[in-house]
Write a protein that binds this ligand. Structure first.
Ligand SMILES: Nc1ncnc2c1ncn2[C@@H]1O[C@H](COP(=O)(O)OP(=O)(O)OP(=O)(O)O)[C@@H](O)[C@H]1O
Length: 488
């Protein structure tokens, strides 16, 4: 425990992550060294008025948390008074591993990572009588995400706000995973997401976090842990741990945020949110997984995108889950669509005002194509029955019209093709996320398409960059629509 051996009472310790400090991309403020303080117990006792009831914020499995007014009231902090105070030695096939207590682990980990998305460490102390650790972290005055979602004393948050929270938590997890060595939180859940004074979501509680590479002895010696309902089913032994375990827990959190249901709620059958939501998403009933208190009707494409993302995060095969970088990107894209819909509904966007397309979502073609892809879509059923048959995939049939031509057959369950707005979704079917530098220019045979340009930009966030009339293509039968997309 580097931090423990290197500090004396009243001292302040500068900590830094040598890797992060060399990263050019970090801002000046992130580059600044921060001081972890070693607080005197008497100061913490005084700041919490003797750990009084009035200052009590809540109790977790590793201790109680109190509001503290430090530095003569100039610094408001939260002090976690922990219950465990030993570092048991474990034997792992002959190798001795010191397993830190959750408090020691939290101090050790948080002294190495720092971000405005996290509940950051300010310092620590210890009880002189029994040696129990006290952890001093930033005070979060606006409660937890759990309270916001499940306590009925406030109006349920709308879709835009829920997605904004999801973006902030995803960024926090991504920050941890991209640290060197990476940090795996292992306890992502709504009660560990707290709101700061500006109502920004911050990820806290690093009692179970593991900092290190999967092959490190410390990681190999640490038994699986987490919270029931959020725990990755693939994580059964220390060697199973990967960042994808956090992705699973984050997926459960997404479902909780969208639906307003607890990760496990015995009031429902099935009680597990994932067992309930996954079949709905698979059958294309995306809207069904959203809290009935929120209006999702105007945001169909974003709703679909969010539901599919959550389903991918909770896939039972860890390798099939997206990395947090992709999760962040996808949530930001959904958030932008929702925001633009909100603006539309207020009537602030006029048709004549040029709409700036949102930044490109980067795709890479699934099919080998370098020049032009012809995408033919066929009339399916009526608009009323529009539904996508699978959470992530729709049959894509290559009928070999030419080297770069693809026929996309639309089944009844997919819906109506003469709804031009749904056409770009088909394009996304022949693209795989995660690639770089592919942008798409589209030409539609319908004059209607020009009028849809602004809408396309807003709804599909860069998939369709340009929709222009193609004078060479004659009007097709009303039941068919030919769409040409050039990959540039
Ligand atoms: N930095 C903080 N600022 C304000 N309140 C906090 C802070 N940290 C924790 N709390 C509150 O204290 C309570 C206990 O938090 P703690 O992190 O110990 O446990 P938990 O996350 O609720 O449960 P568990 O320990 O089982 O994961 C929670 O209700 C939380 O809202």
């Amino acid at each position: 425990m580097g931090y423990l051996s290197s500090c004396n009472a009243e001292s302040a310790i500068s900590t830094c992550d040598s890797y992060n400090l060399t990263k050019k991309s970090l801002s000046k403020s992130q580059n600044k060294q921060f001081q972890i303080r070693n607080f005197c117990f008497v100061d913490l006792e005084a700041a919490t008025k003797g750990f009084s009831e009035n200052n009590f914020l809540g109790k977790g499995s590793h201790g109680s948390v109190y509001r503290a007014a430090l530095d003569g009231g100039g610094l408001i902090a939260a002090v976690k008074r922990t219950t465990a105070h030993c570092s048991p030695e474990r034997n792992n096939g002959g190798a001795q591993c010191a397993i830190a207590s959750p408090a020691e682990n939290e101090i050790e980990t948080l002294s190495r990572v720092r971000s405005p998305r996290l509940v950051n460490l300010l310092g620590f102390g210890s009880d002189p009588v029994d040696g129990r650790k006290l952890i001093v972290v930033e005070y979060m005055p606006n409660g937890s995400l759990y309270d916001l979602l499940h306590k009925n004393d406030t109006r349920p948050p709308g879709l835009a706000r829920r997605v904004r929270i999801a973006v902030q938590v995803a960024k926090a997890v991504h920050h941890l995973h991209s640290s060197n060595p990476p940090v795996i939180h292992r306890d992502i859940k709504s009660s560990n997401v707290l709101f700061d004074g500006k109502w920004n979501a911050r990820l806290g509680d690093f009692g179970l976090a593991l900092r290190g590479h999967v092959e490190d002895v410390k990681v190999q010696c640490t038994p699986p842990a987490g919270t029931l309902g959020y725990l990755d089913p693939c994580y059964l032994a220390p060697s199973d741990l990967s960042a994808k375990s956090d992705v699973f827990s984050f997926g459960i959190l997404l479902l909780e945020i969208f639906s307003g249901r607890n990760a496990i709620d015995l009031k429902y059958s099935p009680p597990s949110v994932v067992d309930w939501a996954a079949p709905l998403i698979r059958s294309g009933d995306y809207g069904e997984i959203f809290d009935p208190n929120i209006d999702t009707s105007s945001d169909e494409s974003a709703v679909r995108m969010l539901a599919v993302l959550a389903a991918r995060c909770v896939k039972s095969t860890a390798e099939k889950r997206p990395a947090m970088a992709e999760v962040v990107q996808c949530l930001i894209a959904a958030s932008k669509r929702i925001t633009s819909q909100v603006w539309n509904s207020f009537g602030r966007v006029r048709q004549r005002v040029r709409v700036t397309p949102p930044p490109l979502i980067q795709y890479e073609p699934l099919v080998e194509c370098t020049e032009t892809v012809k995408l033919k879509t066929f009339m399916g059923s009526s608009r009323r029955t529009r539904k996508v048959s699978g959470a992530t995939s729709v049959p894509l049939k290559n009928k070999s019209n030419g080297p770069n031509e693809i026929n996309v057959g639309r089944s009844n369950s997919i819906g109506c093709v003469d709804d031009i707005k749904s056409a770009p979704l088909d394009l996304s079917l022949c693209c795989k996320r995660g690639g770089t530098g592919v942008s798409v220019k589209g030409m539609m045979s319908r004059s209607k398409s020009t009028g849809e340009l602004g809408e396309m930009h807003k709804r599909y966030g860069g998939i369709v960059l340009q929709m222009i009339r193609n004078p060479n293509v004659r009007e097709l039968e009303s039941s068919k629509l030919l769409v040409k997309f050039s990959l540039i």
